[in-house]
Design a protein around this ligand. Structure first.
Ligand SMILES: [Mg+2]
Length: 247
């Protein structure tokens, strides 16, 4: 039996935030800093190793730059530069914190967007592979944090995507059942996390790293971006208890 959707768990980068505008400048600054430490390694080589394709200007959907944790990016770059991973992680941390906080570019007015969903009775959460503190800072600055019942990062202790742990933590926090939850994200990892946790709906957005061709086989719906979610929500199967509980 299909359950009505009552909770929505969003990915952050590429879903709530414009991935390219927020992260590509930070990745370039971080790569240049690490290349400077290593000597003889070009920043372009580090970006390519992380999954950035200079020809298209995009990051591959399953690459560490598109879908990995900061630690995973540091591991790739440290290996290429024969540097200690902790040294690399420290070097890129400042640039990445700036990007996630000060430089974060939202895909829409997140305060108004979340307020409208909350007014309809949806319980809202964010599960990101970014660090929890950086994610909280960015979303608070954009007026989005106050609408969230749940937020976790890759360092929160609930595991990483595509594992189901972040969804399990959302369920434990909100009391919802997996079938009542919709996961919204821009990468295959988001969709696979939703499937691993058995959520009710998986919705892919095209504002991030994933293409329609990559995401369509993994998602129940593919939409242009979160502003198109309205087109998906009314089509969810009702179970007699509408998610729309009123403001
Ligand atoms: Mg993402």
């Amino acid at each position: 039996m299909s359950l009505a959707i009552r909770g929505i768990l969003f990915d952050k980068d590429g879903t709530l935030l414009d991935f390219d505008a927020t992260w590509l400048p930070a990745y370039r600054r971080g790569a240049e800093a690490v290349a400077g430490l290593a000597g003889g390694v070009r920043a372009e080589s580090l970006l390519a190793a992380g999954g950035f394709d200079a020809a298209s200007g995009r990051c591959a959907p399953r690459s560490v730059l598109a879908a990995g944790t900061n630690r995973e990016i540091a591991e790739v770059w440290a290996r290429l530069c024969a540097l200690d991973v902790d040294v690399v992680a420290r070097e890129i941390e400042r640039e990445f914190l700036d990007a996630a906080g000060r430089d974060a570019v939202p895909v829409t007015d997140l305060d108004a967007f979340f307020a409208a969903l909350a007014a309809r009775g949806f319980v809202l959460g964010v599960a990101t592979m970014d660090g929890e503190a950086a994610a909280r800072a960015a979303l608070d600055r954009l007026g989005a944090g106050r609408h969230l019942a749940f937020l976790c990062g890759g360092d929160s202790g609930w595991g990483t995507k595509p594992g189901p742990g972040m969804v399990h933590a959302f369920l434990a926090t909100t009391g919802l059942r997996a079938g009542e939850v919709m996961v919204v994200g821009d990468t295959p990892h988001d969709m696979e996390m939703g499937r691993a946790a058995g959520v009710g709906r998986r919705v892919a957005v095209l504002t991030g790293a994933g293409s329609r061709a990559v995401l369509e086989p993994l998602a129940d719906h593919v939409v242009a971006g979160i502003e198109a979610l309205d087109g998906v929500l009314p089509s969810l199967p009702p179970d007699g208890r509408p998610a729309r509980r009123g403001a």
